[in-house]
Design a protein around this ligand. Sequence first.
Ligand code: HEC
Ligand code: HEC
Length: 480
Amino acid sequence: MRSIFLKRSVTQLVTMVAVGGAAVGAGCSQGGTGAGSGTSGAGGTASAGGTSGAGGTASSGMMAACRRDAGTETDPTVAAGEAAILEGQQTFRYDTFGDEAFWGDTLKLHEAIEGSAHGGVGAGVSPKTALSVGLKVDSQALPASVVAGVKAGTVDLNDPATTLALLKLNAVVGVTGTMNTDGSLKTIGIQCAFCHSTVDDSFAPGIGKRLDGWPNRDLNVGAIVGLSADLTPVATFLGVDEATVRAVLAGWGPGRYDAEVFLDGKGFRPDGKTGATLIPAAFGLAGINLHTYTGWGSVPYWNAFVAILEMHGQGNFTDSRLDNAVQFPVAAKNKSGHMRVANDLVSSKLPGLQAYQLSILAPPAPAGSFDAAAAKRGDGLFNGAAKCSGCHTDPLMTESGWNMHTPTEMGIDDFQASRSPDGQYRTTPLRGLWSHQKGGFYHDGQFATLMDVMNHYDTTFGLGLTTAQKQDVIEYLKSL
Ligand code: HEC
Ligand code: HEC
């Protein structure tokens, strides 16, 4: 570890200053351009407060401090930034961009969820089933009566009617149900939080406070979409039969999703494994140029892409790279790179969504979750003999600038890289890695453990590390 600034972002640092109440002027007036001077003053005194305050209230604490510092009512730029972050948080958690037209009207997933007893089809989805496919419940959206009922065992978690009640409370993370007056479901839509948030399990497994940006590695998107009684619209879009669509979805498994299958129709790799990637972290992204495993573009590029082409929200989207019918036959046929709608529900939300995304800090590793002495040795190796920092460069833990590498350079296959415009892999930023180890490492989880990752680098780059050295680097990785 070097200075505290390198371990924590400017935002977190300024929060520390605000929460600790010390050196407000230094942290705010110089925070944007020269945070170094604020670092020394804030580090010792305010670190405890900073850690506890790093969650939901971070932005408002920081903004309050900056307003005081400016000595004016409100610095309009700071106020606009705060408003954008808060608006983006609402969008990330609750906005469906009108994607009910797909998840409800087309897939009719709401009918499968409510079941025949409540006007839908089939057995319905009980909270127990919903939790078993990785859906999460926001405990802060539950009124005291429901909390008491769950604790006392009087709320039936095996009854789809309870799922409807949870949807009515807007308590299912990333899923919004619109209700009819008789309490049945009219339609359903999804949000970014569906894949990119989880909960802290503080109430029960799968039920707790929201953790935005944490990939939901329990979420079985394929199984959820597969609940739809009729997948012919997806089959038609892809130009295959419905059985093929169901086989592809069943192949995804927990924590995975295939964003590219809707462009190139490749459901499986040549070796027969699923083409889906792990859901990545959506925190710790500030300062990083290219996003997604294969560097499709910037945060606002990808947000528009996902909202419109994946979630099926209503919005305009342009990318002529998708006209390449050899690489992206499905996208080229469906003109996915030239989406135009009468009522764009996405574009106006991109600024706020970007501000929020870039403000979500990677969660610091819990004390005691790694061996600090080994991690310190590992830090030295990471930046030395193991040559990791050539690509995972402190403090971003990816390269500033163009952070892309060829499959050959990385010593791995090119299946996923070849499904992207540049044919390369992006250096994954590593902060908060400890929080998403489920499902494995690299875009497709091809390395089950961090030791597998270390062995891969040792072989590919001929590092000649001892087992003890590899273990030290692993402890460092767990501390990030
Ligand atoms: C159905 C699951 C799902 C939903 C919903 C979803 N994403 Fe993602 N997201 C993914 C997957 C999978 C990837 C990796 C894609 C790739 O690399 O090809 C990804 C990648 C990203 C990245 C890149 C992260 C990085 O490391 O660079 C960002 C940012 C992101 N998503 C933001 C969003 C936002 C904002 C929304 C809502 C508009 C959203 N996502 C909705 C699954 C999802
Ligand atoms: C030549 C550039 C380069 C070097 C050197 C490098 N990495 Fe990476 N690293 C990458 C890229 C690119 C990826 C993404 C690979 C993928 O997803 O398929 C990655 C992914 C990872 C991941 C997986 C992250 C995740 O969320 O799945 C870990 C862990 C990692 N690197 C650790 C290291 C360590 C430790 C070293 C030194 C021994 C190292 N890297 C050296 C470029 C590099």
